[in-house]
Design a protein around this ligand. Structure first.
Ligand code: V47
Ligand code: SF4
Length: 379
């Protein structure tokens, strides 16, 4: 008997939860109504059994990470998202940072003798950093170290730089692709539903614009990730709406590598009065994401934001990916009050985190090719 069969045999589940468990056991997709029902009525243990069953079917006990580093060109931003603790307005740009190409290339060169496989470029939307500037950066990185996978720019940054260059999304994305862009990170998605989006980040790209950019990237042969910022003013129906839009987009293009629920952190931003959700709600969120997003192979917990212990716990609630190691030099979460003020883990530390919950660490590249399977237990 597998765990779902045991759950069905042993417990006094209501008819609806039983039906959903049967669907999951049969490998069937759950509906929007099912998803909402899970958020409203699914207990942690029940959700964990379902999510863990799916995770094991897709990935056995392998948990992935990659060796990456971040470049954050600037935190100056023309947008004013209420949840953002990181950005500084153009008017107050002396309080923020702005890196030139040479400075960013110095960061790349710092890793010359290290076995990193990915650079993740992401930052604020600076009105003076344009499409040509970023194409130049990408091609210089490619020329310097061709094997380093270049993952860069949220759809928010892309929409702005392409609009400023007076190009269509297709033309702008092609230009970036030709300059060396290989995949897109998942940021900027937040919550797609306009009732929430218009209240927390009204001025940046909307849901259709975000999805169009990612699907255009997919059609050009690039991969991308998708995020969802949860645990603030949204309700469960907004989360389902968000995941449903992504699930449909993935049905069309198949180019999303992974889904990353991002827990809202309330330090130092205009939404600081909103309490953060509990760890139990975090685990329920991850488990439901795993159950709902049946066409996303990978579910990622981003440990610098969630904290190491919660990230470890998610491995029992559907997660199979803990993102990167080495120098995860992003400031976006430390500035929002996440406990990881110095988000850097050695490969050995990360492997230990994975082993200590009985899983097998696997180093991957950006598009989830296996680079190395580590020992399940340290020799
Ligand atoms: O879009 C901003 C989020 C995102 C806060 O694709 C916040 O591999 C919580 O998307 N509390 C940017 N979250 C970062 C991002 C990301 C990170 C790691 C890996 C990948 C990937 C993508 O950070 C923003 C926003 O949703 N964010 N402020 C905050 N206070
Ligand atoms: Fe700018 Fe991104 Fe911060 Fe919004 S979340 S203000 S787009 S840096």
């Amino acid at each position: 008997m597998n765990h779902i069969e045991l759950l069905l045999a042993a417990s006094s589940l209501d008819t609806r939860l039983k039906k959903i468990a049967e669907k999951v056991a049969a490998g069937e997709r759950v509906s929007e109504e099912d998803g909402l029902y899970l958020f409203e009525n699914g207990e942690l243990n029940y959700l964990g059994v379902l999510a863990d069953h799916i995770r094991r079917q897709k990935h056995q006990d392998y948990v992935y990470f990659n060796r990456n580093f971040h470049i954050e060109p600037t935190n100056v931003c023309i947008f004013t998202c209420d949840f953002c603790s990181y950005s500084r307005s153009y008017k107050h740009r002396e309080d923020g940072w702005e890196l030139g190409i040479e400075q960013m290339m110095d960061i790349v060169k710092k890793y010359d003798d290290q076995p990193v496989t990915e650079v993740h470029i992401v930052g604020g939307v600076h009105p003076k950093m344009n499409l040509d500037f970023f194409c130049d950066l990408l091609s210089q990185i490619r020329d310097h170290r061709p094997d380093l996978h270049r993952k860069g720019f949220t759809a928010v940054e892309l929409e702005y730089m392409i609009r400023k260059a007076k190009l269509s999304i297709e033309e702008g994305m092609k230009k970036l692709f030709d300059a060396g862009l290989q995949s897109l990170p998942g940021g900027g998605a937040e919550i797609f539903h306009p009732d929430v989006r218009n209240r927390i980040c009204a001025d940046k790209v909307d849901a259709d614009g975000w999805l169009h950019i990612h699907q255009t990237a997919h059609r050009l042969g690039m991969h991308s990730n998708a995020t969802m910022l949860y645990g603030h003013i949204e309700d469960y129906s907004h989360r389902i709406d968000h995941m449903e839009r992504l699930r449909r987009a993935q049905d069309e293009t198949g180019g999303f590598n992974c889904f990353i629920p991002l827990k809202f952190r309330n330090g130092g931003n205009d939404m600081s009065h909103i309490p953060e959700v509990s760890v139990i709600e975090d685990m329920r969120m991850y488990a439901i994401a795993r159950i709902y997003m049946d066409n996303f192979a990978n579910l990622k917990a981003y440990w610098p934001m969630l904290g190491r212990q919660s990230a470890q716990l998610t491995l029992n609630y559907g997660v199979n990916d803990l993102d990167g190691t080495i120098d995860d030099t992003t400031k976006i979460y430390s500035m929002a009050g996440a406990e990881e003020q110095n988000p850097s883990l050695t490969t050995e530390q990360l492997c230990e985190m994975i082993r200590s919950v009985g899983k097998v660490p696997v180093e991957r590249d950006t598009v989830y090719n296996t680079i190395r399977v580590y020992e399940a237990q340290e020799a």
